[in-house]
Design a protein around this ligand. Structure first.
Ligand code: ADP
Length: 498
């Protein structure tokens, strides 16, 4: 029988082995032996449990110590931060670790921050309102200034064509230059503010680089002749012709640089050089450079000339006009195209303004546009034009120009009258003003197209914005002329139309 060793020893000592032969005694002894064993087991468990809780206690103590250190460190950091935020009030906390006090101070800081945020939101809203007011003011004022200027320039064109005394030639020419300077200034200010407002979107349409650059040269030739300058256009053979991009903006950049080169050069030479940079094929990086051998720029002025309204030579400006905005606009436009304008110049020797732009080649077949030799002396006899315009002096100017070419002119004072006239008459071309009372030019064009009439419609617009241009095309017009237009532009637009 398996008895607890202590019990077995006691039985052997006091009762002898034979006591175990009694079955009743044996069963009692078994129970006693079992309780001996349970007692020992419980004792072991209790001792073990005690050992464990002692260990846990030590662990917990350790953790608490760590937490306490962390708390102290955190409070120290919060106090440091609070000192940065509010040194005066945080200095009162120097010796206190009272979390309630710290949290109160934190709450104060949060309230201050919230108030500040509200003020900032308010200031931002006010700034946005001010920017919008500025932009609205500019667009309204530019329109208001342009309208009478259009009439002035139109009348100057007529004066130039009319018989006048030789000594009046100079007056008319001064009038013309001054009025053109004014209109250019308005365009520049409007353009600059649009660029600053981030309202510029770039086209990505197919155009011919060669045609665009030839146009730039042709546009500036007259001015170049006045200064006895020659303009050469040098396009490297590997420059792609048909490319995708914004021809209007590239034309603006190049015209600006070329007209500056002419303005600051006399009896000299202007070279428009176009070349490919590096090996890149698609996109091809094309370098546009305008080199002159004019007055050049002094070293200390080179950085300044890209700032708005800054000119290196005020005498030249007084003589030839200029707003000092041209290069600032060029720089901003190029930055928006991820490029930059560079200049190398030597005072008294000349300047080289250049920039590089990437172009993706347009692989479609070139559309050969019949070039129209603009010669405003060609008569347009028998051509019937409907002029839709509400402002009397604009009517007078356009009518006078067209009468010189013997055009048969009909008039409509607003869009509604135009729609009625188009229903009952056949015209070769419609010249349509955009802003008119009763019915504007865009609505009138839509109505005319709804009638199934597809006469060529040319918009006459005082706005140069990209938005206006896309509106003009999307309502069904075929072309547009920006006021003030010169006789050559109007003549060319009518000839293209017919
Ligand atoms: P604007 O020509 O209307 O005065 P720009 O911003 O185009 O304004 O040019 C700023 C100034 O930079 C000019 O007034 C002139 O002093 C200088 N400048 C620009 N282009 C040339 C050039 N090709 N040669 C000499 N000076 C130039």
């Amino acid at each position: 029988m398996n008895l607890h060793p202590l019990l077995a020893k006691q039985i052997a000592k006091h009762l002898g082995e034979e006591a175990l032969e009694n079955p009743e005694f044996t069963s009692l002894i078994k129970v006693v032996s079992a309780s001996y064993e349970s007692y020992e087991r419980d004792k072991k468990i209790t001792e073990h449990a005690f050992e464990i809780s002692e260990k846990e206690y030590q662990d917990v103590l350790q953790d608490l110590k760590k937490e306490n250190e962390l708390k102290k460190e955190s409070i120290k950091k919060v106090k440091q931060t609070l000192t940065i935020l509010d040194e005066k009030n945080a200095s009162n906390l120097k010796d206190s670790d009272d979390l309630v006090e710290i949290i109160d101070l934190l709450n104060d800081q949060i309230n201050i921050k919230n108030e500040l945020e509200q003020t900032l939101v308010f200031a931002k809203e006010n700034a946005e309102k001010a920017a919008k007011a500025k932009s609205d003011f500019l667009s309204v004022m530019s329109h208001e200034i342009r309208t009478p200027l259009n009439a002035i320039i139109g009348n100057i064109h007529i004066l130039k064509q009319e018989v006048h005394l030789p000594h009046q030639e100079e007056f008319i020419s001064t009038l013309h230059i001054s009025a053109m300077n004014l209109i250019n200034l308005i365009n520049d200010i409007l353009d600059f503010s649009k660029i600053e407002d981030g309202k510029i979107k770039f086209d990505n349409k197919s155009f011919s680089l060669k045609n665009l650059l030839s146009d730039v040269r042709a546009t500036n030739r007259f001015k170049a002749d006045e200064h006895q300058n020659t303009i050469n256009l040098n396009i490297d053979e590997n420059v792609p012709d048909l490319v995708l991009g914004d021809s209007l903006r590239l034309g603006q950049l190049m015209n600006n640089l070329v007209s500056n080169a002419i303005k600051f050069t006399s009896n000299g030479e202007i070279n428009i050089n176009i070349s490919v940079v590096g090996e890149s094929q698609d996109p091809t990086h094309v370098k546009f450079s305008v080199v002159d051998n004019g007055i050049g720029i002094e070293k200390e002025n080179i950085i300044k000339i890209f700032e708005r309204f800054t000119q290196a030579n005020s005498n030249i400006t007084r003589e030839h006009g200029g707003s000092g905005l041209g290069l600032a606009i060029i720089k901003k436009l190029l930055v928006l195209m991820d490029a930059d304008i560079h200049v190398e110049s030597e005072f008294g020797k000349g300047s080289n303004f250049y920039f590089t732009l990437p172009f993706v080649k347009d692989q479609s077949l070139p559309i050969t546009e019949k070039s129209i030799e603009s010669n405003e002396n060609v008569l347009l006899e028998g051509i019937k034009v409907l002029l839709v315009e509400d402002i009397k002096f604009n009517v007078l100017v356009a009518k006078k120009m067209m009468e010189n070419w013997k055009i048969d002119i009909d008039l409509a004072e607003n869009g509604l009258v135009a729609v009625e006239k188009v229903k009952n008459n056949k015209y070769d071309v419609i010249l349509m003003d955009l802003q008119m009372p009763i019915m504007d030019g865009l609505s009138a064009t839509k109505k005319i197209r709804e009638l199934g009439i597809n006469t060529h419609i040319i918009a006459l617009t005082a706005s140069v914005s990209n938005d206006t241009q896309s509106e003009v095309y999307s309502c069904g017009m075929n072309n547009y002329l920006t006021k003030p237009f010169n006789p050559k532009d109007l003549h060319e637009a009518i000839r293209r139309a017919i």
